[in-house]
Structure formats: structure tokens, C-alpha cells
Design a binder for this molecule. Structure first.
Ligand SMILES: [Zn+2]
Length: 408
């Protein structure tokens, strides 16, 4: 095997520099719906990733559809993705994906960093996933200055709507996944470095019910109560939990209603479905459509299902397992113990896997408490994880480790 220790020297002693950069990035509010903040963050990323000297472009996002409390479908803008393409004709091609958005809007109290101790930095996006973006960038810079760079080409996609489901960037990510032999995504790992293995699929839905308004006293018999229809539906889908192994249905919210003296004419049931297998997603959708059809068949009622499985399941295939084994072997070389376990959570890795591209999607920093004001990144992991990715890519580029996926 080739000796990459001098190449990895590029990443040695980088902790202070990476910490300072990460603090700057975390100070920019890039909540998923903060279009101005996302623009600022994107500018910073375009400059930073511009150092790779690839072709940089902004891929605009499709609008998101949102079902309002009144059951109307509205369209809202989403931020565009940064794309960097380098050596697209190289024999081995990898997609490196991440997201610039966070779950914290500009009016959230959590906006700046705080050091918990020397190694633990609490900051919005520190782990999820500005720290991961920095790990990705430094790893690529390390690969670029190595002798094996020419053997590997890559596409970086950093989207701006991951935390709200990636609907606006789904087409960009799927196309990039199809062009790549394998993919690395920079979501945080667990604090001890454990990666996410198989992931459940996730579908977000809104069921919109229309009834008929009527005076509750004078003409109650003419009314068709949409809240009651919505409640019946909610109760039925709740019973789908466990209908297939690992399937859960979470009835999250019911919007609707009217004053006490009026029969309500509209209601919306919002719910999330998680499944382990693609077949289960199809089965769940068929069941939901049957329930909607049954609701529609009732006199005076209308029902409509909105949404879908935006995150297909990511099962542990033999091909993916060999990719994890490769990461583990590279980790062992660096003295890093790498394990993985299945999770019910989901990310863009689900969508990349759905294109048939093997993906390890927690190559970012070690951290925890994401999506809360207690989010933190372990600063020791910045350099550590950059080395892991850099060595992985250099071992694959050199042929020491066979490239995962469909290299032709
Ligand atoms: Zn994330």
C-alpha cells in the first residue's frame, strides 16, 4: 500500500485554524427559510470551496409546497445549492454532499458559539453541519495536493433546504448521485464516532378534509363535520404503526375547526410515516390512498392526500456494507475505531442511496444534541475526520481500496 503520511501532513495542526473558521461560519444565521442568511452563507462557501479550483455554480432550488392551516397548498421559495465539479472525466467519481441550512431561524435565541470546554463547542450548526462542510473541504484540499488526485473526480453539492426535506434540491442531488460511483455525506456522527448505518425511510403527509359548514343549532343536520372526518382518519392511520416491521405513523397535528356554533368545514391532519423497506413505503401509500378514497365516498365530504416519501429507506446492502468496511479499515490505519448502527433518522443519504449509489452519510464531525440549543461539535474531530475522508479518498484513488459502487 502506498504511504500517504506526508500527504496527510497537510491536515496536521489544523485544529485552531479550523475552529476559527467554524466559529465564523456558525455566526451566520442560515435557517432553512432565511433566504438572505442563506445567500450570505452561500457566498462564504463559494469563496471557500473556490480554492479547489473546480467549476462552481449555484443550482437554483424548486419551490416548496406547504399546506396551510386552511388546507390550501402554497408555494414558498427555497435557497439554491452550491455545486463544485472537479475532473468529471476521472475514472473514479465521488459525490460529496452536505447542507448549509440549520433549523434555527434568525429570531431563535441560539445564534452564537460558546465554549463548553477546550474540546466542546456549542454553536448553531457546529455539528449539523457546518463542521462537516469544513471537514469535507479540508479533506478535498488534502487530496488535491496528493499525487493521486488525477485518478479521482468529484462533485460537491451543498444544498440549503435539507432541514425542511430537500424538496427544492432533490433533483440536483439525485442527478449528482447518478453521476457518481459512490458518495460521502457530512452529517455528524455520534460523539464516539459511531456512524449511521441503515436508515429508515420517512414520509411527511398532510390529509386535507373538506366538509360543509352549517349552523350548529338551526341546521346541524345539513353540516358535514370535517374535524370529525379528520379524527376518524387520524385514528385509522395511528393503527398502521407496527403493521410492517419497524413501521411507525406519528399523527403530529390536526388543524381545523370553527366557533362552537358552526359545523367546521375544513381540517388538515399532518403526519409522518417511517418504514424500513421500499416495499413498505409503497404499501403504506396504498393504504393511505384507500382511506382517502373511503373518506371521499362519504356523502358531502372531500379528502385529498398531500406529500409523500421524500426520504426513501436506506437499507444495508452488501455493497454498502463493503463501503463501511473500507471506512473502518481506513479508520484503523489512523487509529480511529469506526463502528455503525441503524437509525430511524434520515437525511440526503437516503435519497442518494435511492439512486443506487452507496453512501456513508455521517462522515462529518463528532457531535450531539443537534436541532437543539445544546448542539455541540467536538473540536478534536475536525482534523481527525478530515484525515479519515482524505485517506479514504486517496486509498480509493490509488486503487489500494476498490472503489465502492458501480465503477465501470
Ligand atoms: Zn444535517
Amino acid at each position: 500500500m502506498r504511504d500517504f503520511s506526508s500527504d496527510l501532513g497537510f491536515l496536521a495542526g489544523r485544529r485552531a485554524e479550523m475552529t476559527a473558521t467554524l466559529k465564523d461560519w456558525c455566526a451566520i444565521n442560515s435557517g432553512s427559510r432565511n433566504i438572505d442568511g442563506l445567500d450570505r452563507m452561500r457566498d462564504v462557501l463559494v469563496t471557500a470551496f473556490g480554492e479547489l479550483e473546480g467549476d462552481v455554480e449555484i443550482a437554483p432550488a424548486e419551490q416548496h409546497e406547504v399546506v396551510t392551516r386552511d388546507g390550501e397548498v402554497e408555494r414558498t421559495p427555497a435557497g439554491g445549492s452550491v455545486r463544485v465539479v472537479k475532473r468529471p472525466q476521472a475514472p473514479i467519481r465521488v459525490l460529496l454532499a452536505g447542507h448549509m441550512d440549520t433549523v434555527f431561524p434568525p429570531d431563535h435565541p441560539f445564534q452564537t458559539h460558546r465554549m463548553i470546554d477546550d474540546d466542546v463547542m456549542n454553536a448553531p450548526g457546529a455539528a449539523d453541519m457546518k463542521g462537516g462542510l469544513l471537514v469535507m473541504l479540508r479533506a478535498l484540499q488534502c487530496v488535491e495536493q496528493s499525487a493521486v488526485a488525477d485518478a479521482i473526480g468529484y462533485e460537491v453539492v451543498i444544498n440549503a433546504d435539507e432541514e425542511i426535506g430537500s424538496h427544492g434540491s432533490a433533483a440536483t442531488i439525485a442527478a449528482a448521485a447518478r453521476r457518481a460511483h459512490f458518495a460521502c455525506v457530512y452529517e455528524p456522527s455520534l460523539p464516539d464516532g459511531t456512524l449511521a448505518g441503515a436508515r429508515k425511510g420517512s414520509g411527511n403527509f398532510s390529509a386535507i378534509f373538506r366538509g360543509r359548514s352549517a349552523h350548529a343549532g338551526r341546521e346541524h343536520h345539513l353540516g358535514r363535520n370535517a374535524v370529525v372526518a379528520a379524527s376518524r382518519f387520524a385514528e385509522r392511520i395511528d393503527r398502521m404503526s407496527g403493521a410492517r416491521a419497524g413501521m411507525t405513523v406519528n399523527v403530529a397535528r390536526i388543524d381545523g375547526g370553527s366557533p362552537n356554533n358552526v359545523v367546521p368545514e375544513s381540517a388538515v391532519v399532518r403526519f409522518n410515516v417511517r418504514v424500513e423497506l421500499g416495499d413498505d413505503a409503497a404499501w403504506a401509500e396504498a393504504e393511505l390512498n384507500k382511506l382517502i378514497a373511503a373518506a371521499n365516498a362519504e356523502d358531502g365530504f372531500g379528502a385529498q392526500l398531500h406529500g409523500g416519501f421524500g426520504r426513501p429507506p436506506k437499507p444495508m446492502t452488501p455493497e454498502l456494507l463493503s463501503f463501511f468496511e473500507a471506512v473502518k479499515s481506513v479508520g484503523a490505519e489512523l487509529g480511529q475505531e469506526i463502528g455503525w448502527k441503524a437509525t430511524g433518522g434520515c437525511c440526503d443519504g437516503n435519497n442518494i442511496a435511492a439512486e443506487g449509489t452507496p453512501v456513508v452519510d455521517t462522515l462529518g464531525v463528532r457531535g450531539a444534541n443537534i436541532h437543539s440549543a445544546d448542539e455541540y461539535a467536538r473540536l478534536d474531530s475536525l482534523e481527525e475526520r478530515a484525515k479519515l475522508s482524505a485517506l479514504l479518498l486517496m486509498r480509493i484513488a490509488s486503487g489500494d481500496i476498490p472503489a465502492p459502487g458501480r465503477v465501470t
